[in-house]
Ligand binder design. Structure first.
Ligand SMILES: Cc1cc2nc3c(=O)[nH]c(=O)nc-3n(C[C@H](O)[C@H](O)[C@H](O)COP(=O)(O)OP(=O)(O)OC[C@H]3O[C@@H](n4cnc5c(N)ncnc54)[C@H](O)[C@@H]3O)c2cc1C
Ligand code: FES
Length: 506
């Protein structure tokens, strides 16, 4: 999904003066019709495709650190030497030869550096065709793995780009082809089999999984990435046909089919998902009311000031709020709240959180604690078995955490691929983004709890960052209109450089 960076700037095949390519400062140019970026890192110059393979972000506006070029939009990054991707990007960018010739750096042919083939593990089974599962399969192939890979998925469709389901796709602004993360054919093209079947049991001792059809798949390495399930409300009317949750493409389609100018929509839950759905339904012309139990939406994660700002953004687009309220019952044409009031509703979307799907892992004898499968620093849950994404409880910042973010799930899938091949751990900094009408918030790091949330700048002018401190340390930073700062924060967090981080966000 996304657009190609336009091929502007100097013709890099003709060459640019060597001195023009400064350490750590990407230089955008072109080779033929293709946008290419030159990057000098540690003195060495690299040439890479300039368009992020996630949503088409402008890599020339990104940052260079950890041997990679980082995208300013959602923090995907690309290895300078190989072009290989890290989440949320999955596909690599092209790499080109660069030669120094008469004081000029000239970009030559597209390189075809194939990694050395690796035969082990001979058979990999991945349970879950979501972010972590697909990213793992693709990263295994990118790292040279040549053994068998099967993804067993209960998705009910080809793997989807889930964040899109509440945003552009639901708003009617994204074409159907953007919604697929990878099609079955694309997976077949890298020799990854997709079995659209639920896994019903894992036998850790026999190293096999059983599918719903009874078929057994043997594995030498297993990834469990079963994601999470929307919480359903235990109130009267919750099963009525106009009441929906949102996790899959079918869910998004069903909600979109009921949304239009005449729709009275009630969103139960002022969560990230609930608010994104509210924005998309407004974009389809529906009248939307969001109901939430807290006085300020998103306050637990983003703090009161940002939560109040997000509310203003939605109200500015015509979304109504009933906060401090919970639903008591749902009827065919209205929702009853706990104060006895009735909200007219021809469509109800429930966005009150998710429960990780850990049942399969627990039945396989893996340790499940506080809703997550406990894993080590390489996401290993047991010998030969890994867990990643929404279900994984993993070590971060001196504690075990579970994080429900797309970027985290993709990076963990990629990290599992490296671990399966014995390539060792890599440090990833959690990141998420959330879209509210024309406002996109970025959030770097992880602050499960915070003592202070200090806003620096002007949220209403869409130019601000927010520093979340816990125990005196910066745990996370949210940004609005400050993409490069968000990347600098990620770089400092990745280096664990607390002094640099403090100086950046002051
Ligand atoms: C509508 C929506 C919008 C979102 N937007 C954002 C966003 O903007 N930013 C962000 O950071 N995060 C966002 N998220 C959260 C993000 O999508 C998740 O954190 C991420 O998808 C987790 O990846 P995963 O691989 O762990 O699980 P999933 O992507 O959920 O994949 C799990 C897979 O496992 C399959 N499965 C489950 N049980 C079985 C079984 N027994 N056998 C076989 N297959 C099974 C499922 O069918 C599914 O294919 C959003 C989530 C939703 C629902
Ligand atoms: S567009 Fe680059 S990470 Fe999303």
């Amino acid at each position: 999904m996304g657009t190609e960076a336009s091929a502007t700037g100097p013709d890099l095949a003709e060459g640019v003066p060597e001195a023009d390519v400064r350490e750590g400062v990407p230089l955008l140019g072109r080779v033929g019709d293709e946008a290419v970026v030159l990057v000098r890192d540690g003195g060495r110059v690299h040439a890479l495709g300039a368009t992020c393979t996630h949503y088409g972000g402008p890599l020339a506006e990104g940052r260079v650190f950890d041997g990679a070029l980082h995208c300013p939009w959602h923090h995907g990054c690309f290895d300078l030497a190989t072009g290989r991707a890290r989440g949320p990007a999955i596909a690599p960018v092209a790499c080109f030869d660069v030669a120094l010739d008469g004081g000029k750096l000239r970009v030559g042919a597209r390189r075809d550096d194939r990694p050395a083939p690796v035969a082990e593990p001979r058979s990999v089974v991945i349970v879950g065709g979501g972010a972590a599962g697909v990213a793992c399969a693709e990263a295994l192939r990118a790292e040279g793995h040549r053994g068998a890979i099967t993804i067993a998925s209960a998705e009910g469709s080809d793997p989807v780009d889930r964040p899109n389901l509440s945003k552009d796709y639901l708003a009617g602004a994204a074409p159907e082809e953007w919604v697929y993360l990878r099609t079955r054919d694309a997976l077949a093209g890298i020799d990854v089999a997709l079995a659209n079947e639920r896994v019903t049991a894992i036998d850790a001792a026999a190293r096999s999984v059983r599918l719903a059809s009874g078929r057994e798949l043997a594995w030498d390495a297993l990834l469990i990435a079963t994601g999470a399930e929307p919480v359903r409300l235990a109130i009267a009317g919750a099963e009525l046909p106009h009441v929906h949750t949102l996790r899959t493409l079918a869910d998004s389609r069903a909600i979109a089919a009921r949304a239009g100018d005449a729709t009275r929509a009630v969103v139960l839950g002022a969560s990230f998902l609930g608010l994104e759905v509210a924005a998309s339904l407004r974009a389809r012309g529906a009248a939307v009311t969001v109901v939430g139990p807290s006085a300020v939406p998103l306050a637990r994660v983003l703090g009161d000031e940002v939560g109040a700002f997000v509310r203003r953004v939605h109200e500015g687009k015509g979304v109504a709020f009933r906060l401090g309220r919970t639903p008591q019952a749902i009827a065919a044409d209205h929702v009853v709240l706990d104060d006895g009031s009735r909200l007219p509703a021809s469509l109800v979307v429930v966005g009150v959180g998710v429960v990780p799907r850990t049942d399969l892992a627990a039945r396989a004898g893996l340790r499940v604690d506080r809703g997550g499968v406990v894993v080590d620093g390489e996401l290993r849950a047991a010998p030969g078995i890994w867990a990643a994404g929404d279900i994984a409880r993993f070590p971060y910042g001196g504690e075990l955490v579970r994080i429900e973010h797309w970027q985290v799930a993709v990076r963990q899938g990629q990290a599992v691929a490296r671990a399966m091949l014995g390539r060792g751990p890599r440090r990833d900094v959690p990141f998420f983004w959330s879209q509210h009408h024309d406002v996109t918030l970025a959030y770097v790091g992880h602050a499960g709890r915070f003592d202070r949330a200090d806003v620096v700048g002007d949220l209403d002018a869409h130019d601000a960052h927010v520093v979340y401190r816990g125990g005196g340390a910066v745990r996370a930073v949210a940004t609005l209109g400050r993409d490069r700062l968000a990347l600098d924060v990620e770089a400092a967090m990745s280096r664990r450089d607390a002094a640099a981080l403090d100086a950046l966000v002051r």
